[in-house]
Design a binder for this molecule. Structure first.
Ligand code: ADP
Length: 260
């Protein structure tokens, strides 16, 4: 099943900073797709256009209608056209992981994880941060899945960077997302910790059938983890295929400015 289809997506900041210039691709459910490209290529903008943290200038972002709360009938909706309530429902199904983890340092680890489920809570309980026993059980299960059960009641800022990113992954899992968008999730970590985090991210996505769209700048890691690589250059796709088809010549032309 196609879970995400991007059609002729354009984004221009201000009057003339054209960042995305006609992006087209579609992703099947469960794929682990890595997006590569030089800094400034538009990776972050592309990911943020999918859940409308950034508003695209034109084009379409199609997802199954079930993702925006309406019962599954096979039809698609354009995320760019959803109203505020539909967008809120969609964002429950689209988790996001950030380079800087975005966890609340003064809260405990489990409180951070529980906050990931807040999109599902009725208003007042959400404001008062009252969580049911079932939610707490799910939070602990998700912490166990990222290998941090023993840290549940520590303050989040006592954890290392790699551990904080694992908390962020557990928090995202509370949403039971269909898609995870991860924007340079390991850019702040050394190669060893990067692999620990990517191993976990890939495993939980596989276990839950989650589709992942992950921007990475380390090519080595991309080749190791991606089922499929989408390469961006100046806001356009220069490569879309399997890791083994990303030849050194293609990489050279993009990363070192040499033509094939
Ligand atoms: P990447 O994630 O590949 O590094 P980005 O999507 O962050 O690329 O940025 C692409 C280009 O868009 C860069 O040239 C950046 O300076 C520009 N850009 C990003 N955000 C804004 C903004 N809010 N206003 C103007 N230009 C922006």
């Amino acid at each position: 099943m196609t879970i995400l289809e991007i059609k002729d997506l354009h984004k221009t900041y201000g009057a003339k900073t054209q960042v995305l210039r006609g992006i087209n691709f579609q992703i099947e459910q469960g794929e682990f797709v890595c997006i590569i490209g030089l800094s400034g290529a538009g990776k972050s903008t592309l990911l943020r256009c999918v859940n409308r943290l950034i508003e695209a200038s034109s084009g379409a972002v199609l997802v199954p209608r079930a993702l925006s709360g309406v019962s599954a009938d096979g039809a698609k909706v354009d995320v760019l056209k959803l109203n505020a309530e539909e967008l809120r429902l969609l964002r429950r199904k689209v988790g996001m992981v950030f380079q800087q983890f975005n966890i609340v340092k003064r809260l405990s680890v489990i409180e951070n994880v529980l906050s990931g489920g807040l999109g599902y809570q009725p208003g007042l309980r959400s404001v008062l941060r009252i969580f049911s026993r079932d939610e707490k059980r799910r939070a602990l299960t998700n912490l166990e899945r990222v290998g941090l059960l023993d840290h549940a009641y520590k303050r989040a800022d006592q954890l290392s960077g790699g551990e904080q990113q694992r908390v962020a992954i557990a928090r995202t899992l509370m949403q039971q997302p269909a898609i995870i968008l991860a924007d340079e999730p390991v850019a702040s970590l050394d190669p060893r910790l990067s692999r620990v985090v990517l191993d976990i991210l890939k495993r939980v996505c596989r276990e839950d059938g989650i589709t992942a769209l992950v921007s990475l700048h380390a090519l080595e890691l991309t080749r190791e983890y991606a089922d499929r690589i989408i390469g961006l250059k100046q806001g356009q796709i220069f490569f879309d295929g399997r890791p083994r088809d990303l030849t050194d010549a293609i990489v050279d032309s993009v990363y070192h400015g040499r033509d094939q």
